[in-house]
Design a protein around this ligand. Structure first.
Ligand code: KPL
Length: 318
């Protein structure tokens, strides 16, 4: 398995694509470490320096400056970065990466960090030999303003590679160490896909139901939701099995109810998307299960119905 190498003494150059709540949270966490030089990719024509504001879990306010790389500097800046962290929504990953990828050095490593699954399958063919890692985070972050983020929860972050990616260069060890030191409660897995399926089970049950029934996560503990949650997760277990991933339904359901309890007062990201009339991540969540079910000619009526209900809500946006 090839491993990319980076110069030992140099600062590690990391660029973040997607300055949403998670992109900014990761920026602040990496900025606590002195080994890296950080920037965001901006869609503006010219580069600029931006003031960022971050409220930590213990309510400390931290102000930082960030370099936003404008299009005029893409060529020179992007060719030098060691790691590109992609924090856009799942449905934006391919389109956001397409113009950026050819400007990256062939030794740049790419990390996708988003809810849902699927984009890596589209991205693999575009990499031209660059390394790819995948991850998911349950850290809670809320965007209070364009450049003001508050951390609202300290969930796990799971990062790793996969069998399907082993022909590609692996994440260099110093980069891996930096990520695991900077991001609290983060772990590395040599096979990340089962972890992503497990997280998918949580999102596939909680996200659409809270959006459809307009409720906080905690309300899903009510008996009336037991059946739909069990059926949706059980369909996922069946599809994952055909994809070569063995999951335990009882363990997954326990995890779903644990998250419902731990985040009882939170509104899920899909609930927030619907409230703000934004496109949701349903295609990468329940939609991914539908896609894989179609490949294996399986029926997943409960996930199909949840997806349809969310699509109907989106179709009514003004
Ligand atoms: O990841 C989440 C989300 O809202 O997208 C959960 C875990 C459901 C927490 O709200």
């Amino acid at each position: 398995m090839p491993t990319q190498s980076i110069k030992k003494s140099a600062l590690i150059k990391i660029c973040i694509l997607g300055a949403g709540a998670i992109g900014q949270l990761i920026y602040h966490q990496l900025a606590e470490q002195s080994q890296s030089q950080l920037s965001f990719i901006s869609r503006d024509a010219f580069s600029s320096v931006q003031s960022l504001h971050f409220t930590t879990l213990d309510e400390q306010i931290i102000n930082r400056k960030a370099a936003l790389i404008g299009q005029a500097d893409y060529q020179t800046h992007l060719s030098q970065i060691d790691l590109l962290i992609v924090c856009v929504k799942a449905y934006q990953v391919s389109d956001a990466l397409k113009p950026i990828l050819p400007l990256l050095s062939t030794s740049t490593h790419i990390l996708l960090l988003h809810n849902g699954m699927g984009p890596h399958l589209e991205v693999i063919s575009l990499l031209k030999g660059r390394g790819l890692s995948l991850g998911t985070t349950s850290q809670g972050a809320l965007k209070l303003d364009k450049w003001q983020v508050k951390q609202t929860g300290s969930g796990l972050t799971q990062l790793g590679s996969s069998q399907v990616l082993t022909q590609l260069p692996q994440l260099p060890v110093p980069l891996k160490q930096l990520l695991l030191t900077a991001i609290p409660h983060s772990n590395w897995y040599s096979e990340i896909l089962p972890l992503l399926w497990q997280k998918l089970a949580v999102n596939l049950a909680i996200n659409p139901l809270t959006a459809i029934f307009n409720c906080p996560n905690g309300e899903l503990a009510a008996d009336k939701y037991n059946q739909v949650i069990a059926d949706a997760v059980s369909e996922l277990v069946g599809v994952a099995k055909h994809d070569g991933i063995e999951l335990d339904l009882d363990v997954l359901l326990q995890r779903v109810y644990q998250v419902i309890e731990l985040t009882a007062n939170n509104f899920s990201s899909m609930h927030q998307d619907v409230q703000h009339q934004r496109k949701t991540e349903i295609d990468a969540i329940n939609g991914f299960v539908l896609q894989r079910a179609a490949v294996h000619q399986l029926k997943v009526p409960v996930n199909q119905s949840l997806l349809q209900q969310i699509k109907q809500i989106e179709a009514k946006y003004e």
